[in-house]
Design a protein around this ligand. Sequence first.
Ligand code: PLP
Length: 404
Amino acid sequence: MAEKITNEFLLEQAGEYGTPLYVYHGEKIKEQYEKLSSAFSALDTKFFYASKALTNINILRYIKNLGCNVDCSSSNEVKLALHAGFEPERVLYTSNGISFAEIEEAAAAGVHINIDSLSNLEKFGKKYGHTYPVGIRIRPNIMAGGNIKISTGHNTSKFGIPVHQIEDIERLMKETNICIHALHIHTGSDIKDPDIFVKGIEVLFELIPHFPDLKVIDLGGGFKVPYKPGEDEVNMPLLARRIKETFVSDFQTQNRNLSLWFEPGKFLVSECGYLLATVTVLKDTGEITFAAVNSGLNHLIRPMMYDAYHHLENISNPKGVKKNYWVTGNICETDNFAAGRTLNEIREGDILAIYNGGAYGFEMASNYNSRYKPAEVLVENGIARLIRRRDNFEDLIRNQAELI
Ligand code: PLP
């Protein structure tokens, strides 16, 4: 197990680099990757890190060096992955709602592609025919995931080609001779129940006979990680066992030799990250004590966007008397990090650590209220290095034309 980063170490980083600051713990990413690869070692499995969770180039390279591949959600993520040194065959582009030109760009780079609409599938088939094996994203009509905003496989979701349109897919295969080598699903995020993955395999199982060139079943990402203290992550050995049983009994009976791909995002990087923020104002209103910090939904939007729970600690006063607080940001919006949370006594100037900051934290950050995006630090073998400097005023005005 990766040695836990201590409060003292986090405080040192806040002192060295200032706050707000994202700190990522490399060995925690490694620990998570090893859990995955050892659980699935008995199957022909490949993992593609869903880089949308966190794309700092150093994180991409760290993950590449672990032996993991990379999944991308835009042609710029593909460019970042190639820039980080991934060979094209280790890059997967799972597109949705994009112009065909972006798919052509990905094909020119030679990466794996998952297509999620009949419209782009037809264009792809017409242009590449049988010459470029491609995957298709299927919408399996399965409701899964921590909440509706992160559920992507249900019957009103925009993602994927609905499973009932199989005849249209077949028609395009006949008309264009397209080579479909992968079937992909991703039903949502924060999934703990192995049965969801089993259900997904069963939906795909029905489709297999329609795809003579099939080599890959891609089950996407979505593995649950703990956000609250005491919460469990997905039981990876159990999940792997259940998937293996279903995979072997369903697919091998069809005499098909298929590889299994996954696209873990949160599972690899959520817990490695901490957002450190300094308490700027304490406001006791009688009923509520607000502790405002020098950060906000501009740096970590998950609590406000998904009602996500992020564990918080006052690392400056870990023995302080427990009191109840609403921890807010300094943005001109309601931007709670926590509403009604018991924490060690908070004083102005204290540093709070916000946990699970690695996935969809910095990556979804913005310059809202013309605030700077935080700096990022990567810790490897106890040594912290700056992997992105904090924004400065130049960054705010760089792309603006000053015409007036
Ligand atoms: N794959 C696809 C296609 C996704 O859209 C996502 C996230 O939304 C992921 C993988 C990663 O999901 P998670 O971070 O929950 O593992």
